[in-house]
Design a binder for this molecule. Structure first.
Ligand code: B16
Ligand code: MG
Length: 218
């Protein structure tokens, strides 16, 4: 194993609640009420795909032009950016700082495969941007998670084969993306149906020793 490719939201930091708050307010402004259970479906899904799912859920799929949908997505992003403006390194999930240090100390490469167009600025706010050898630009992808493109692109950008990488995800769509790319998948709190190669309950359980052992056993 020569690299670890990380998802961001739910793996490095927990911005799910900020996304939820911003989507909930946006949805309410057009008469759609969403709850935490529905929000689970939006994890790892791109901004525009998330909006489509909300409109479908509210029975309003055909009520907005493309320009109006782009404005709605922008409205959500404006509130989301206000919410994430005050993120600090304290919001790194447990164990992540030491896990990144272990990877660096052992000379492994580190990549980011997040659907978020705000990914780079969040890494800066968490003070971990310098650890990353590559960041996939989600704006350049033709398909979002669960399509394998994002994780396959991360391996390509690192000049590695998918079989030389591990990927870590908290969303079912993300595990499907990693598995489809032929990368060893690590699920953080994902249900067994997602079929991750190794499952942990929380990021605090991530250590290089454990990861290597599971990677070699596959
Ligand atoms: P943005 P990940 C995903 O990040 C989030 O889980 C998902 O809820 C969000 O809609 C998506 O990023 C796009 O984010 O609106 O900031 O571009 O889990 O792939 O790191
Ligand atoms: Mg995620």
């Amino acid at each position: 194993m020569q690299a670890v490719v990380f998802d961001l939201d739910g793996v490095l930091t927990d911005t799910a609640d900020y996304h939820f708050k911003a989507w909930k307010n946006l949805a309410a402004s057009i008469g759609i009420q969403i709850d935490h259970t529905f929000n689970e479906q939006l994890k790892g899904i791109s901004r525009m795909d998330s909006l489509e799912r909300i409109l479908e859920y509210g029975g309003r799929s055909n009520d907005f032009t493309l320009i109006e949908r782009e404005q709605l997505a922008e409205q959500k992003n404006e509130e989301y950016r206000l919410l994430i403006a005050s993120i600090t390194p304290r919001e790194l999930l447990p164990g992540i700082a030491s896990f990144l240090r272990e990877l660096k100390d052992e000379g492994l490469k580190i990549g980011l495969a997040s659907a978020s167009k705000n990914g780079s600025s969040i890494l800066e706010r968490l003070h971990i941007a310098d650890n990353f050898d590559t960041i996939v630009d989600p704006a350049k992808l033709s398909k979002g998670k669960p399509d394998p493109e994002i994780f396959r692109t991360a391996a390509d950008q690192l000049n590695l084969l998918p079989s030389e990488c591990a990927g870590i995800e908290d969303a079912v769509a993300g595990i499907q993306s990693i598995n489809g790319a032929g990368i060893f998948s690590v699920g953080v709190g994902v249900p067994p149906e997602a079929k991750a190669d190794w499952n942990v309950n929380a990021t605090a359980e991530l250590t290089l020793g454990e990861l290597m052992a599971h990677f070699k056993a596959k």
